[in-house]
Design a protein around this ligand. Sequence first.
Ligand SMILES: [Mn+2]
Length: 439
Amino acid sequence: MRKPLVDISIFKQRRDTLSSHFGDGALVLFSSPEYIRNNDVHHPYRQDSNFFYMTGFEEPGAIFIFRPGKSPETTLFVRPKDQLMETWEGFRFGVQMAGEAFGIDACYEVDQFEDEAPKLLQEVETVYHNLFVNSNIDQQMQSVLKTTRSLQGRSGRGLLSVKDPYSIIGEARLVKSDFEIETMKKACEISADGHIAMMRAMKPGINERAIQGVFIGEIMSQGSAREGYGTIVASGSSATTLHYVFNDQPCRSGDLVLIDAGAEYNYYSGDITRTFPVNGRFSDLQKRVYNKVLKAQKKLISMIKPGVTQAAVHDSSVQMLTEIMIEEGLLQGTVQENINNLNFKKYYPHGIGHWLGMDVHDSGLYTIDGKPRPFEAGMCLTIEPGLYVPADDMSAPQELRGLGIRIEDNILITPMGHENLTKKAPKEVEEIESLMAQL
Ligand SMILES: [Mn+2]
C-alpha cells in the first residue's frame, strides 16, 4: 500500500484556512485528466496543482467536493479497487482506504458522482468550479447542476451559480506557509545541483539532449519526481528563442549555452536559468556582455523586499537593459526614447519574472484593483533579466548576433527583505570557469 506523499494534516489546515472564502458555497475540483499518448500508453501523470493543494491525493479519476461547515465537509470520489487494473497499472487507494489515508469524511466510487453530487450541492448557494478545462468534465458538471436544480423542486431559485475558484486558491498558494517554504527551498537546492551537474558535464560536441539527461539524472537521484517544466538547453543562437524546445543540437566550442531548468519536489518547482560557455571559458566579448546582464540581475534582486512591486522591478530592468543595449550599439538614441517607443522589446521581450510555487508560472494576482500589488513575506518569484540578439538581426553589431543571455534566480520575500533560494547555482564568471575546469 502506498502512503500520502506528505503529512495530511497540512491539507486539513489549508481547507480550514480557506473555508471562509467559500461562504455558503461548495468547491468542486476534478483531478487532472489523463492524456493518451498512443493506444494504451498515457503521458506521464501529474495531479492538478489545486487538487493536490486541497487534498494531497495524487490519483487520476478523482473528484473532490468541499462544503465548509457542512456534514460531510469533505467528499472524495475515487477509482474503485480493481485487482486486474492494479496488476497492470499499480496500486489504487479505493473508497475504503482513501477516506482513512487522506482524512476525508465521505468517499464514493467516481461512477457515483452524478448521483451523489447533487445531494451535496442542493444545500449550498454557490458552486466554485473551474469550467472549460475539459469537455468531459463540463458535461458531468452540467448533468450534476441540472439534477441539483430538479432536486430543489419548485424553489424559484434557478440554477446554482458557478464561480471560478482559481483566484481564491491562487491567492492562498501565493503566500507560502513554513512547510511550503521548506519544500520550495528543497526544490531550489535540487535545481541548483542539477545546474552544477550540467556545467560539469558540458563540453564541446556534446548534444543538448545529453545535457538535459544529466539534469534529469541529478534531480531524480535527489528525490525529484520530474522537471517542473520542459527543460531548455539552448546552445549558440538557439538561446535567442525564449522557450526553445528542440534540445537536439551539438553544443559548439566558442558558443554560450543558455539552460533554463527546474526540479519539481513534492509538487513545488524551482526555475533557474544559467548561461555559460560550452568550452568552459568566456570570450572577452561574452564576458563583457554577460557581466553587464549579471550586474543588472544582482541589482534587481537587491531591490526586493516587502512593499516593492513587481512592476517597479520590471521597470528598473527595462531601464538597465536598455542602457546596456545602447552601450553595446544595439540601439541608438537616449535611454528614455528607446523605452518610450518600446525599442528595447526587440532584445528584451519578456517580463522580469513571475510567481513561483506549485506551478512554475504560479497562481496569484499580479495586480489588485488595477494597481501592482506590493510584495509580502512568503511570496516566491523569479528574477530573470535577459538580452537576446537574433542571429539574423542585420542592424546589430555583427559580433553580437546570435547572442542570448538570461540569468534567473528564485527569490523568497522575507519579513525584512529577501532570500535567494538558488544562490548555490554558480553565476559569477570566475565561479563558472573554475567549476568547469575541474575534472
Ligand atoms: Mn522563469
